[in-house]
Design a binder for this molecule. Sequence first.
Ligand code: ATP
Length: 446
Amino acid sequence: MNDSTLSDTELAAVLDAFSEPAAVLSADYLVIAANQAYRDHYLQSDSVIGQHCYQVSHGYQRPCDQEGESCPLQRCRQTGLRQRDLHLHNTRHGQEHVDVELVPIPVGVKEPLYFLEVMHFVKVANAKPEGEGLVGSSKVFNHMVSLIQRAAPSMISVLLLGESGTGKELVAKALHSASKRSKQPFVTVECSGLSESLFESEMFGHEKGAFTGAINRKEGLVTAARGGTLFLDEVGDIPLSLQVKLLRLIETGTYRSVGGVELKHADFRLICATHRDLTESVKEGRFRQDLYYRISPFPITLPSLSERAEDIPLLVEILLKRLTDEADIPHTEAVKVSADAMAYLKSYSYPGNIRELRNILERALLLADYQIITPEHLPENIRLPQQVSTFLNTNAGSIDGLIPLAELESVYLTQVKQNTSLKNNELASKLGVSERTLYRKLQGLP
Ligand SMILES: Nc1ncnc2c1ncn2[C@@H]1O[C@H](COP(=O)(O)OP(=O)(O)OP(=O)(O)O)[C@@H](O)[C@H]1O
């Protein structure tokens, strides 16, 4: 080694300048040097040197891209530019979300020989059933977390899109807590159902005597959010007449309280959320296009729970923990879910998403006296899909071939009639038809 070359120990000492795990990798994925944080974080301890990075962080035998993940090192090698990717790593603390940053050495040269790898800890999400915030580990969830990580530190306005109950408010809070404004206020404005006068006085505040009933001066939510984040929930529900007022606030960054003359300067980071398709609302003339462009420079679509069904067991565990903590019931052991109850929970489609799962578990906890949740503690409608699939498999053969609906109905009704002791009026009500309709259908049975 000549004088101008760093020894491995010196290289490790340089890497120790990073507080987060950092390593130097070769183009063929070998760890050449690593700082103490890297050695402490992963399972291999001192033996990380000379191992493949994918082995150390994932336990894989092949590079990440061959395991269905996107590999920042590969892209870094091709482009010669810095790359980032969100991965789920196996660490001493279990599975963790890590924002992996790869920098080619030197920068800007294609096919570089070495790379600096820095692991940024992701605080906004958890892959274990712990903590207060977002929990999940599915691919679609991780993709959403990577977008949160990118947007959070900047001032860009974020538009959260997703069905009701998918966690938009929780994501808005995560964006705020990972931003430079995290120590400042996070203020939510519930936009649906706000009348014109209420919107203005809620948002901008009012002066004493500004209108009948304004006995005192009141500060608005825009003022309350000063220095922090303003979260407009259900922004798609704001009537057109109020959209122009919101647009003016965003465009000029100024506002006046109701009855006031002084022009005030707003200072907030804007996050909006809606369950509506705003592009459709724009086409239909129900949402202003100029406002849409103002609020949507960084859209994040939240996956529905059925798109991330593999997260259900993890979510069940964290929601049960949170619910039992909230209920403050002394219990010696964690509540358990029987295997058959979990099978029902995993196969249901959840139109109300995580909120519906939470409600189902809250009810089940009470019925199970905070002990073991079994199928009888779950609502009937969530047990239906499995009954239907069992029924299809046992009565109608393979579902690969299409079954005429009339035939399906007739087989179903025959079986129901044979197995129920309900009177016709009760059965009709359970099946959601009138007694006359049920009678007619039963007459037609073979
Ligand atoms: N990833 C997650 N991990 C744990 N809990 C979650 C997650 N996402 C959502 N929740 C929980 O699900 C419930 C619904 O979430 P939230 O209120 O944020 O949904 P939303 O999309 O804002 O709903 P709406 O559109 O109806 O206002 C809350 O109890 C929230 O804590």
